[in-house]
Design a protein around this ligand. Structure first.
Ligand code: GRF
Length: 185
């Protein structure tokens, strides 16, 4: 599920053969997302569900659920999906809804993580793949990738280095998931 740039989608797609999983559909709330253009160019099945066409979040999420349930995925990977998902949605996909977050959770949940990590003097930083629960950025952690922070680097430079980690971490986790090797409690 995507909303924007789609660099994680690209990484997931490019590394799918290596890791043995397949992307059976791409769902976007944003028809203008570069991720949608990429997915179409790759011949992936794209489902655009524009949240602006729905009066209430519940109706938007019902449409998401209807589409996703038709696809019947083993796992749903949020990859820069920029809408908050409500409790009914999260409950419906409990245990098979993943997100990637650009920090070493539980440090720096929320937005603007790279600037905040630098401002806090963090020595290490990175990315986390976690299960989505009702706690925003707070579900069980599945895997993390870390790097050493250079206190003199900019938030943009740090963010680019973390993004490169994301592009190896997320496909790795999906590969492990596909082989049934992910367990959590
Ligand atoms: C990534 O930084 C990811 O960690 C966060 O949203 C961003 C998505 O980037 N959840 P992209 O659309 O995959 O390029």
């Amino acid at each position: 599920m995507v909303s924007g740039r789609g660099s994680n989608l690209r990484a997931l797609q490019e590394q799918a053969p290596e890791y043995g999983y397949g992307i059976i559909g791409v769902v976007s709330n944003n028809p203008a997302a570069p991720a949608v253009d990429y997915a179409r160019a790759e011949g992936l099945a794209v489902h655009v569900i524009d949240h602006r066409l729905f009066a209430a979040r519940a109706a938007f999420e019902n449409a998401l659920v209807a589409t996703l349930d038709r696809l019947a995925p083993d796992v749903i990977a949020l990859a820069g999906f920029l809408r908050v998902l409500g409790t009914d949605f999260v409950d419906h996909y409990q245990g098979r809804l993943l997100n990637i977050h650009p920090s070493l959770l539980p440090a720096f949940p929320g937005l603007d993580t790279h600037r905040r990590a630098l401002a806090a003097g963090a020595r290490v930083h990175g990315a986390t793949v976690h299960l989505v629960t009702h706690a925003v950025d707070g579900g069980p952690i599945i895997a993390q990738a870390g790097l050493t922070v250079d206190p003199k680097e900019s938030a943009v430079a740090l963010g680019a280095r973390v993004l490169a980690l994301e592009h190896t971490l997320y496909p790795y986790v999906l590969g492990r998931w596909a082989r049934g090797e992910v367990a959590y409690h």
